[in-house]
Write a protein that binds this ligand. Structure first.
Ligand code: F6P
Length: 457
């Protein structure tokens, strides 16, 4: 194999460049050229096929920095629908014209759907990425538990209270997740002191869509209450716990996953139904909606008599951690394993694998190790890929905190996730005097000079 291509699809993560770097370094060792396609599937569907040579003469270009968040190739939420047969028929010869013999897609579940039709024409492999940590399965045959309507049936191999075997998790953690948790934990710690000083209730919304891994991991910021989308919100129970904590410590910090729903299954943050190009509901504000519900339940008097607040509205505040959890420098765990997974994706392509996914596995004996599985193993009987949900044995719904097993899961990923260089980087670079006299130098400008199109080829 002489030449492969790589693209980054879907939302960005801090670890994308690290994955690309791992793939390119592995390709250098194997004397394979790597073409980076600009802006994910948007680049692939563009007849000009904008691209960049990532390792001319088998040397990685200097713009590819594994410590820099986002993707030097750019990302987009453009997806290829398997039904777009005409479009797919146009893409294949274009890639072949460039001499591309295999394609690595760095992405999540939506990306697998886009990759699948292309894999019928040449080898495609997925290197996983998503801050949501929802690409994978709690155990290998979990997909068989979905019914035609896309819901989990009663016949689950693990009942809600039966402990999951952590060694069975398919794709234990995804690059991007650890950095997101790092940012969220710090955000919660910072908001805490304001809530504490002003005797307020802080509701902090974190990302993750329908999966609660980020709110679960937010436990490192020690929020008093963690609400994950996998457990429907029982407002009576929540109100009781908030009142208890507010009386005790004069403030409360709540971490809430954006996809949370009430007991009727209504998603709090999806009040206005809008859809992004991948077909996902765009969450507009679970925290705001929870605040509205709490203001109604507690009323102004509760806060006026207790802490001299004028109103419930002024006593409860919301903050979204937002896109800060998706960007910036990846911490060591993400850098290290993203690089490994990028390299693994190259090895899979070279070994003749097609439509398969590189995975990060964990066992007590071996720690983290690399593996792979056919992408179709992630599909249910109706060929759908479901976001992996936090298994209920990882969460203690009575205490609104991770369970014992949930803590074990988090410790496995995060205990040594920050490197000494991450700490040193803050000390040496954040307040470096030079920053005041230089402008930010965007990688987009540097890469623009390297972009070629099919016409130039
Ligand atoms: O899937 C990653 C994610 O960050 C989700 O957690 C979040 O709901 C969504 O993307 C936000 O998307 P956008 O960047 O388009 O606002």
């Amino acid at each position: 194999m002489k030449r492969i291509a790589i693209l980054t699809a879907g939302g960005d993560t801090p670890a994308l460049n690290a994955t690309i770097f791992g793939a390119v370094e592995r390709a250098n060792a194997l004397r394979i050229e790597v073409i980076g396609i600009i802006r994910g599937f948007a680049g692939v569907v563009d007849p000009r096929l904008p691209h960049v040579r990532l390792n001319p003469l088998f040397t990685t270009i200097p713009e590819l920095d594994p410590c820099h968040g986002g993707s030097l190739l750019g990302a987009s939420r453009t997806y290829i629908d398997p039904d777009q047969t005409e479009l797919i028929a146009e893409i294949t010869p274009r890639l072949k014209q460039l001499g591309i013999e295999g394609l690595i897609c760095v992405g999540g579940d939506g990306t697998i759907n886009g990759m699948q039709p292309l894999s019928e024409h040449f080898p495609c492999v997925l290197a996983p990425k998503t801050i949501d940590n929802d690409l994978g399965l709690n155990y290998i045959d979990e997909v068989n538990e979905y019914n035609e309507a896309g819901q989990k049936t009663g016949g689950s191999r693990y009942s809600a209270h039966e402990q999951l075997d952590l060694e069975e998790i398919v794709n234990f953690a995804t690059p991007g997740y650890a950095t997101a948790v790092f940012v969220v934990a710090q955000g919660i710690e910072r908001i805490r002191t304001t809530a504490e000083s002003h005797r307020r209730i802080a509701i902090i919304e974190v990302m993750g869509r329908d999966s609660g891994y980020i709110p679960l991991g937010s436990a490192y910021g020690q929020p008093d209450i963690i609400l994950i989308p996998e457990v429907r919100l029982d407002m009576d129970k929540l109100e009781h716990r908030i009142a208890e904590l507010y009386d005790l410590q004069k403030h409360v910090v709540i971490s809430i996953g954006e996809g949370i729903s009430d007991l009727d299954g209504h998603q709090l943050g999806a009040a206005t139904k809008s859809f992004d190009p991948a077909g996902n509901v765009i969450f507009s504000g679970a925290a705001e909606e929870l605040k509205r519900l709490l203001c109604k339940r507690f009323g102004d008097e509760f806060f006026g008599t207790r802490r001299k607040h004028e109103s419930a509205d002024s006593a409860i505040f919301t903050r979204k951690v937002g896109h800060t959890q998706r960007g910036g420098r990846p911490i060591k765990f993400d850098r290290f394993y993203a690089t490994q997974l990028g390299g693994k994706a190259v090895d899979l392509i070279v070994a003749g694998q097609n439509n398969s996914v590189a995975t990060l596995q964990w066992s007590q004996k071996e720690g983290f190790f690399l593996d792979s599985l056919p992408a179709n193993k992630l599909r249910d009987a109706w060929k759908r890929i479901h976001p992996r949900k936090v298994h209920l044995s990882l969460y203690d719904a009575d205490r609104f905190q991770p369970s014992k097993l949930g803590k074990e899961y988090l410790r496995t990923i995060l205990t040594n996730a920050i490197g000494q260089d991450d700490i040193e980087q803050i000390g040496s670079e954040l307040f470096s005097a030079g920053k005041l006299s230089t402008r930010y130098q965007s990688v987009n400008i540097d890469i623009q000079r390297r972009i070629e199109t099919l016409k130039d080829a």
